[in-house]
Design a protein around this ligand. Structure first.
Ligand SMILES: Cc1cc2nc3c(=O)[nH]c(=O)nc-3n(C[C@H](O)[C@H](O)[C@H](O)COP(=O)(O)O)c2cc1C
Length: 147
């Protein structure tokens, strides 16, 4: 059985991304990044006691497949999700032991946006990051907000 977890990168707890997830994946465990404190990456890779990045990673480790769900903010992933992605750097540095446990997991991406102007280029940062970290990228899908 493929256990999936959705990582919701919306800045709006009950916004379009949350509604879309509830509509198409009502059964899947979802974690909202907005509910956590994730400090921005720093080159020392040291963070305050408030930082919850590793808490999120430890939850993700319980699952085989990760679905990143992000609203499109200015043609990109949300800044909250980008902060999370920058912190993945820790997992090839100071937290490499934990990072190795992520290897081989499967990854999908879903977006929500209002404009029908995106193609697969949007997913490049996801695909390349997962390749670099030895996770398996299975593809992405864009969803237009229902009016
Ligand atoms: C800061 C910001 C930037 C946005 N940029 C885009 C964009 O580049 N393309 C687009 O189609 N929609 C854009 N939108 C619209 C959102 O992608 C869309 O409303 C999305 O469904 C919001 O999801 P949320 O409610 O989970 O935040 C933007 C919205 C915001 C708030």
């Amino acid at each position: 059985m493929n256990k999936q977890i959705i990582i919701n990168g919306s800045h709006n707890k009950n916004g379009n991304t949350t509604k879309l997830i509830q509509e198409i994946y009502p059964e899947i465990t979802t974690l909202k990044l907005i509910d956590y404190t994730i400090e921005i990456y720093n080159y020392d890779e040291t963070y305050s006691d408030k930082d919850q990045f590793l808490e999120i990673i430890n939850q993700i480790l319980e699952f085989d497949e990760i679905i990143f769900a992000t609203p499109v903010y200015w043609y990109s992933m949300s800044s909250l999700m980008k902060i999370f992605f920058d912190r993945l750097t820790d997992l090839i540095g100071s937290q490499e032991t934990i990072g190795r446990k992520l290897m081989g997991k499967k990854v999908r991406v879903m977006t929500t946006s209002i404009g029908n102007h995106l193609d697969d280029k949007f997913f490049l940062p996801f695909e390349e990051t997962m390749s670099y970290m030895h996770l398996e990228f299975l593809g992405g899908k864009h969803y237009l907000k229902q009016k």
